[in-house]
Design a protein. Structure first.
Length: 86
């Protein structure tokens, strides 16, 4: 399979303050990211779950030397990048 290199690309993440996310409660597209600019919360859409029901992204974690997997959680104290990833 051929590899294609794309130069000069900019990826923008949907962003707003936490209160606006909660009030509008949008459903993010599959893989679409939403970022809370004031509380620094990050969520990934699945195409069906409204914002208020999506868990927060907490980081990557590898188990037993395996490939990193994404971790998700709830609440303001464990939102990325504030969680304990030791």
């Amino acid at each position: 399979m051929a590899t294609t290199t794309i130069k000069n690309m900019r990826i923008l993440v949907r962003r707003d303050i936490a209160a606006n996310w909660r009030n509008s409660n949008p459903t993010l597209l599959v893989g679409e990211q939403g970022y809370e600019t004031d509380e620094r919360g990050l969520k990934f859409g699945d195409g069906v779950t409204p914002w208020n029901e999506l868990p927060y992204f907490m980081g990557l974690h590898a188990i037993d030397g395996g490939s990193p997997t994404m971790e998700f959680g709830e609440g303001p104290t464990d939102r990325w990048p504030h969680g304990d990833y030791s």
